[in-house]
Design a binder for this molecule. Structure first.
Ligand SMILES: Nc1ncnc2c1ncn2[C@@H]1O[C@H](COP(=O)(O)OP(=O)(O)OP(=O)(O)O)[C@@H](O)[C@H]1O
Ligand SMILES: [Mg+2]
Length: 268
């Protein structure tokens, strides 16, 4: 079964069109002018359950916009999405139980309460059985080292601690699908390794489907089965990782392979 099905997905944003300078600002106040920006231009892909996919592309390619639509945060301008068979936007509440989401730039933890309390609240919200909760917390604490900051409010955590807590919070209800938008941005190498090791384990043990964006390609080749590259809102490449290594040679790094792909614009 496909965990995610996306067909001809589009997103247009309405953006302000303003002439430069004070005169332009005044003119905009009197008669505002807008134009449409096409951020995602009709993309189609399917992700089977258990697959882990790296979703890459330059700044502004449309990765976060796509993730926001897949997680039901944002309504598409066109096309269809099915996440575990349901439309994530119109079925937001049911969808929330099936997905875990981490936006590296933004925490989903309650800012002012101790991290431990956040987890207890999540247990209630998701109606997680005691045994499952206890097992998960034990596992996450061991691998992600949560105990060192469990009593602190989220606002007092360092970036790396915050992301580790966010990751555990996204997985505490055992969602079959995990969306990660730049989960390791600004994080040191040791913590990054911890996070990728943890994700690998979750993907292998629980068959969790993972869709992940990152500008940090080093760690992706061992975690991800497949690579989708977006360029200006369109899918430029969509290939299994091992196929890419077969075509371009085992000796190359993922970064070098992507440079090759862009230079030759060669689709498999
Ligand atoms: N809320 C918004 N309103 C208007 N335009 C937006 C909005 N969010 C994103 N955009 C525009 O849509 C395009 C795609 O943005 P998006 O954030 O999806 O890119 P991205 O691939 O995630 O980039 P990055 O690697 O920098 O995170 C960009 O041109 C961006 O300026
Ligand atoms: Mg982004």
């Amino acid at each position: 079964m496909n965990a995610i099905e996306v067909h001809d997905l589009k997103k247009n944003y309405r953006i302000v069109r303003k002439e430069p300078g004070i005169a332009g600002s005044l003119k905009h106040l009197i008669s505002p002018r807008y134009e449409e920006l096409s951020a995602v231009k009709g993309i189609t892909f399917q992700i089977p359950q258990g697959e882990s996919v790296a979703f890459l592309g330059a700044n502004g390619a449309g990765k976060s916009t796509t993730i926001k639509m897949l997680t039901g945060i944002m309504q598409p301008s066109g096309g269809t999405i099915k996440v575990m068979g349901k439309d994530p936007f119109s079925d937001r509440i049911r969808n929330a139980k099936k997905i875990g989401v981490v936006f590296g730039q933004k925490t989903q933890l309650w800012w002012d309460i101790p991290v431990a309390e956040t987890f207890r609240l999540l247990k209630k919200i998701y109606e997680i059985p005691e045994e499952q909760y206890r097992k998960n917390m034990e596992k996450f604490s061991n691998i992600l080292g949560l105990q060192e900051f469990m009593d602190q409010p989220a606002r007092k955590l360092s970036l790396g601690q915050r992301v580790r807590a966010d990751l555990a919070a996204a997985l505490v209800h055992d969602p079959p699908i995990l969306f990660l938008d730049e989960p390791t941005i600004g994080i040191d190498v040791a913590v990054k390794q911890k996070i990728y090791g943890f994700l690998k384990e979750i993907n292998r043990e629980r068959k969790t489907t993972i869709l992940l964006t990152s500008h940090d390609m080093k760690d992706l080749e061992s975690l991800c089965d497949r690579l989708i590259i977006l360029e200006k809102g369109e899918i430029l490449f969509d290939d299994p990782m091992d196929r890419l290594f077969e075509i371009y040679g085992e000796g190359l790094s993922l970064e070098e392979i992507i440079i090759e792909l862009f230079e030759h614009r060669r689709v498999s």
